[in-house]
Write a protein that binds this ligand. Structure first.
Ligand code: TRP
Length: 463
């Protein structure tokens, strides 16, 4: 127990957890969801979810982790509710599945650094063939996983915290420079208007629950990643304010990523925001086209900086995803950290191979499964994404808060939260958290889980 390690300070924890939160979800997912979800109206709903609903879930996860000093499975055992450790097991499974495909996308992004540095903007049109070169993109993926494993193998303060303290500030500097640059382009204001002026007529049911899912994924909730990070937090650190900082940092970076990307799109489309493919292809197709239209050395620099920052963001997230199953193997099976890290990383890379092959290379994995009522088959990577992000995470989140409020009991949660936060008891925050953790969050997450499963897998749209 003594040598489990821990974060060296409250700031170290905040940086690492913010690093976990800030990832592909913010820089790739958020702008494209905004684009599909009608712009600023999506942003407003997203913000509401982050602060009202997700913040209480985050606080709960961290508190359970710090109380028990364990991985998500060990945490439930330690509190004396062995049956509930199924929630932890589900979390570990989600972590494995998410990392398996997340790493494939991170590998593509890594390859794009090289393409941009070489000035190969045509890669935009060749994205579909780029992902077919599975030995090339596969080795990028392997390299990404190895880097992740290297960081995790160095432990909590010497690896995860150190990497976050180095990468996060660099990321912020890079992203702000790109924001300033994109503001100088022609028609950037048309992009900003789309992004920042809400048109609530665009608001539909699916926009609302996409915003919810996005908030949840972006804040790294629902699988015990923050139970695990919380288990390395000092007894006297303030969980209430730490979680607030982490939420603000994550939301802040997503918003700033929008400030960088929408002016670029305004420039590219000469202000006609409707004209651009804004789906998942945004990052790998549209942006390189934009960098190409800037052209020359400048285009190359802007492109290289962008994909480098994307990889930095992804790395601090893959690190947190790997840490969860590693902590489980270390705590519960008594394997040494270094050994556990490499075994788990290789295992997850192998689980990710179908996601690598399912983008046109293998017909079997490309048309892997056809959901009830769907016209087209779903590829393996998207299938993993649906299982983990849309299903396991909201279910996990729902069960974690339900457990904390009604099984472990509110007063125990309050007790843990008041360590390091002397003014917590009796405060408005306490009253709100009690309400949110007991009723609001389990209810909303439970409903979201049912709706998403019905709509994704069975084609039944309730709202
Ligand atoms: N939040 C990260 C992103 O936005 C992804 C991530 C890392 C994650 N760890 C997680 C998502 C744990 C859910 C659970 O890219």
């Amino acid at each position: 127990m003594a040598n489990r390690g821990g974060f060296s300070s409250k700031l170290g924890f905040i940086m690492a957890a913010a690093g976990s939160a800030v990832g592909l979800g913010n820089i790739w997912g958020f702008p494209y969801e905004v684009g599909q979800g009608g712009g600023a109206a999506f942003v407003v709903i997203y913000l509401i979810f982050c602060f009202i609903l997700c913040y209480p879930v985050m606080v709960t996860e961290i508190a359970i982790g710090r109380k028990t000093q364990k991985n998500p499975v060990g945490a439930f055992n330690d509190l004396g509710y062995k049956k509930w450790n199924i929630v932890g097991k589900m979390g570990i499974l989600s972590g494995v599945l998410i990392l398996s495909f997340y790493n494939v996308i991170a590998g593509w992004a890594f390859g794009y650094i090289l393409e941009m540095a070489a000035g190969n903007f045509n890669i935009a049109e060749q994205f579909n063939t780029y992902v077919l070169d599975i030995f090339k993109v596969g080795s990028y993926g392997l390299l990404f996983m190895a880097t992740t494993a290297f960081v995790v193998s160095k432990g909590i303060s010497g690896g995860i915290e150190r990497a976050a303290k180095l990468l996060m500030p660099t990321l912020i500097i890079m992203i702000l420079s790109l924001v300033i640059y994109s503001f100088t382009l022609e028609n950037s204001m048309a992009g900003l208007r789309f992004y920042l002026v809400p048109d609530f007529s665009e608001l539909t049911g699916s926009v609302i629950y996409n915003a919810m899912g996005q908030a949840f994924f972006s804040l790294s909730l629902g699988m015990g990643a923050l139970i695990t990070y919380g288990s390395y937090v000092g007894r006297n650190d303030n969980i209430i304010t730490s979680a607030a900082f982490i939420t603000l940092a994550d939301v802040g970076i997503a918003l700033i990523a929008g400030l960088m990307i929408f002016p670029l799109i305004g420039y590219m489309t000469a202000g006609a925001m409707e004209d651009v493919g804004r789906g998942p292809a945004l990052i790998f197709v549209t942006l390189p086209q934009i960098f190409g239209s800037i052209g020359g050395v400048l285009g190359s620099i802007v492109g290289t900086v962008f994909f480098t920052l994307l990889c930095f963001a992804a790395l601090t997230s893959t690190v947190s995803l790997l840490e969860v199953p590693v902590a489980y193997v270390v705590d519960e099976l008594g394997v040494r950290r270094k050994r556990a890290v490499w075994i788990v990383a290789i295992g997850i890379f192998i689980v990710g191979i179908p996601s690598l092959l399912g983008n046109g290379y293998s017909d079997f994995f490309t048309s892997f499964i056809t959901y009830v009522g769907a016209e087209k088959a779903t590829d393996f990577l998207s299938f993993m994404n649906h299982i983990a992000n849309d299903t396991l995470l909201p279910l996990g989140g729902c069960l974690i808060v339900f457990f904390a409020a009604h099984i472990w009991k509110k007063h125990n949660l309050d007790e843990e939260l008041s360590h390091g936060s002397p003014s917590y008891k009796g405060s408005f925050v306490q009253k709100y958290l009690n309400f949110a953790v007991s009723y609001l969050a389990p209810l909303v997450l439970g409903i979201l889980f049912v709706f998403t499963v019905l709509s994704t897998f069975f084609g039944i749209k309730i709202i």
